[in-house]
Design a protein around this ligand. Structure first.
Ligand code: NAD
Length: 294
């Protein structure tokens, strides 16, 4: 019988712990941690994600400051807002919901966020810190959430073969860098130009899939005892949300597997809260949040 890596209940548990932690800071006379959330335009999926993030912030006691800007906001206006937030002492974290409308240069926007307030961990300085392992920066939320989950469920990592399918800057690439940090596991990256994907996925002790294609990973592509982390979020025509892995069949061969929904998604949101509390802690001389130490 496979083990279900239940991201939802773990996220709920972590939220309760964060709530407790924040109330402790308030009792000590510190102000609430705060996160500025910027949404530009009307992308329906983005609106849902932003709402979830804001609600989760409020639940644990993080002050979320919302900026819902119209689609025709100019790059200059957005840069001006970020600059103001960078300079505000009462703002600990800044999150710009992606994707941005096409007339705005995403790279320029990410680069303009103060790296110490970059709770998404997308700024090149934070990416570079993770890549070199020299210094601790902010780690992107989805891979951080996956790492926290693997640790929580005692998934053995040492000397394992980890295969990551999908190499985006927000999930796949930083995920591999986390595993490499302490040279614990051996990493294989696969992407759309990988020849014979199955050959690679079959070698995985831990398989992480972040592509965006339903049933990309089928039962014949994994070995017995594999740990499967499905990052994909795909909405089928019937409205059902599924991942990238054929869960119903792959689960029979897996030692452990994440569901979709209720797997990686809730941990991504909770990692944003953890990153926000972490930058707040650092600002207050309390050191990084322990869950961000990899
Ligand atoms: P992306 O869309 O930027 O890139 C997709 C990646 O998949 C690329 O590296 C591409 O080369 C690779 N790819 C495409 N077709 C492939 C194939 N046939 N075989 C192997 N690799 C292939 O990636 P992303 O932004 O990381 O998003 C991936 C998926 O993860 C999406 O479904 C997205 O909605 C989801 N996602 C979920 C969360 C979460 O919290 N659960 C967070 C971020 C993204």
């Amino acid at each position: 019988m496979y083990k279900l890596l239940d991201g939802k209940s773990l996220a709920n548990k972590l939220k309760e712990e964060l709530k407790e932690e924040i109330s402790h800071y308030l009792k000590k006379g510190l102000r609430k941690p705060s996160l500025a959330v910027i949404l530009v335009g009307e992308n329906p999926a983005s609106k849902i994600y932003v709402r979830k993030k804001e609600e989760s912030c409020e639940y644990v006691g993080i002050n979320s400051i919302s900026y819902h800007l119209p689609e025709d906001t100019t790059e200059k206006q957005l840069l001006k807002l970020i600059n103001e937030l960078n300079n505000r002492d009462d703002v600990d974290g800044i999150l710009v919901q992606l994707p941005l409308p096409e007339h705005i240069n995403t790279k320029k926007i990410i680069n303009s966020i103060n790296p110490q307030k970059d709770v998404d961990g997308f700024h090149p300085l934070n990416v570079g810190k993770l890549a070199t392992g020299i210094d601790e920066g902010v780690i992107p939320c989805t891979p951080l959430g996956i790492w926290i989950m693997l640790k929580h469920y005692d998934i053995e990592i040492f000397k394992k073969n980890v295969v990551i399918v999908g190499t985006s800057n927000i999930v796949g690439k930083p995920m591999g860098l986390i595993f490499l940090k302490n040279e614990e596991a051996t990493i294989t990256y696969c992407h759309k130009n990988t020849k014979n994907l199955k050959e690679h996925t079959k070698s995985a002790d831990i398989l992480i899939v972040a592509v965006g294609k339903p049933k990309l990973i089928t039962e014949d592509m994994v070995k017995e005892g594999v740990v499967v982390v499905d990052v994909g979020i795909n909405r089928l025509q019937n409205g059902k949300i599924v991942g990238d892995v054929d869960f119903d069949n792959v689960k029979n061969k897996a030692y452990a597997i994440t569901p979709v929904p209720g797997g990686v998604g809730p941990l991504t949101v909770v990692s944003l809260l953890i990153n926000t509390v972490s930058v707040y802690r650092e600002k207050n001389g309390l050191g990084r949040h322990p869950l961000t130490i990899i």
